[in-house]
Design a binder for this molecule. Sequence first.
Ligand code: PEP
Length: 250
Amino acid sequence: MRTPIIAGNWKMFKTIAEAKQFAQEVKAGSAKAGVQKVVCAPFTALPALTEALQGSDLAVGAQNMHFEEQGAFTGEISPSMLKEIGVQYVIIGHSERRQYFNETDETVNKKVLAALKHGLVPIICVGESLEQREAGETSRVVRTQTEAALAGLEAGQVADVIIAYEPIWAIGTGKSSSAQEANETISVIRQVVAEAYGQEDAANVRIQYGGSVKPENIGSYMSQSDIDGALVGGASLDAASYLQLVNGSL
Ligand code: PEP
């Protein structure tokens, strides 16, 4: 059995004060056990958030990091800097980073390896553009991105990563992939893992859907055989909505 995981991606939203307020509201609310809960905040809010959430079962993630340990990389943050402040997860290769910040399959792979080396759980994003989807290339694109992201991992390590299938055209647009279509693409990703790392890793790796997930549609995704949770942008910003997503995922 794979434990469901609901991860919020706040993108470039929330000040430190707002992040603390969110933490207070989530701690005061009721969330089902049996779901892994993560929020990925901007760098500036991470120390306050990890402190505010100490003792709770809501883990904190970053939205990016560099793959090097240290060096002359102005503006960048290293894996050990994240570890030092209690961060446990890191989103890698989000389509916004691929699109606006030149993230490539190669840098995604380096970051995945660096995250695992430092004991951070990477949430690896893959997904096709609208153009690619309309050209019938969805399976090819997610296959290529998944193979590249996982290159160099050892058998057994794949069970430590989270993969998020996020069709780019569904992110922040209000247009979501149908649960059945998302499940079909996610089963392709699971097949890629099986071919490269064997059935056991494929059975264990958790694969989320992301793209306009809301409390109203989370249930339809979670009822699918291969979908193990969601990576959620807009609907994760409000504490009550985040709790509804968690509670709707079981
Ligand atoms: C995301 O930011 O990864 C995302 C899926 O955003 P949204 O839920 O707003 O579509």
